[in-house]
Design a protein around this ligand. Structure first.
Ligand SMILES: Nc1ncnc2c1ncn2[C@@H]1O[C@H](COP(=O)(O)OP(=O)(O)OP(=O)(O)O)[C@@H](O)[C@H]1O
Length: 238
């Protein structure tokens, strides 16, 4: 085993006097794919905000690997954009680069943008107005935007929720491809156990007290804490 890309030790957090979780412990290996499972309101998005240093733990620690440094990319939950949204897919993907564009960076930035559009299979569609793109294409554009700064750790925060099943699979196939070709570590928050089983190696189970990793092969609805049964979608038999 190599040095973990992320180590979370006895993490505890609550808002005001309300404790969300108190004993979250896990280590992620570089290149691993992990799903994060837990009932609504347990604190999955809050855990992500803690990981991204937007909140401070009440106790415990979050340690990112220092060398090589970890660069985090974030893909939000799918939200439909207005048909009138004017930017092309290419311009949208490039948004986070715009502030840093200087003449002597332009060629490299353009090359990077072309590479990300190719990696996310958006090259042919890059000039389409994003508002007119399909749900899957829009979500791929969010993924591409998250990849533009060369992350080695990708957080998908319910990014497949409210997409059609075919589009979920297409998106996750793409994420798996990036995981394999770029050794991207993937942290995938989802309620969809079937998708979790199909694409991730292990899952972080968050309940009201603890969080711990388990191999995905062990995931069975009847092994879930009682409050999770019926909350997460039950996988269908293959
Ligand atoms: N800034 C805040 N102040 C107080 N409470 C908050 C704040 N942000 C979130 N909460 C509460 O903390 C709890 C955890 O929220 P969070 O969004 O992390 O849950 P989640 O597991 O991601 O839920 P879901 O599966 O529904 O997306 C919720 O009860 C939420 O209302």
């Amino acid at each position: 085993m190599s040095e973990p890309i992320l180590a979370v030790d006895h993490l505890q957090f609550g808002f005001h006097d309300r404790q969300l979780f108190q004993n979250v412990n896990f280590e992620l290996q570089p290149g691993s794919m992990t799903s994060v499972i837990g009932p609504n309101g347990v604190g999955k998005t809050t855990l992500i905000r803690l990981l991204m240093n937007q909140l401070q733990p009440t106790a415990g620690s979050i340690n990112w690997r220092q060398d090589p440094a970890v660069q985090v990319g974030y893909v939000p939950q799918f939200r439909n954009l207005d048909d009138e949204y004017p930017l092309s897919i290419r311009s949208f993907v490039q948004l986070s680069q715009l502030g840093s564009l200087t003449p002597w960076h332009k060629a490299a930035e353009k090359k990077k943008l072309d590479a990300v559009l190719a990696a996310t299979h958006l090259t042919q569609l890059q000039h389409r107005q994003l508002g007119m793109a399909s749900g899957g294409e829009k979500q791929k554009a969010y993924l591409a935007q998250a990849l533009i700064d060369d992350p080695n750790f990708l957080i998908l925060d319910e990014s497949t929720a409210s997409l059609d099943v075919n589009i979920k699979v297409e998106l996750m196939d793409l994420v798996k491809e990036l995981n394999q070709t770029m050794n991207l570590t993937v942290f995938f928050v989802t309620h969809d156990l079937q998708l979790a089983k199909r694409y991730t190696d292990q899952f972080l189970l968050l309940d009201n007290k603890v969080g711990f990793l388990q191999p995905i092969a062990n995931m069975e609805p009847n092994q879930m804490p009682e409050e999770l049964r019926g909350v997460v979608e039950t996988p269908e038999e293959d």
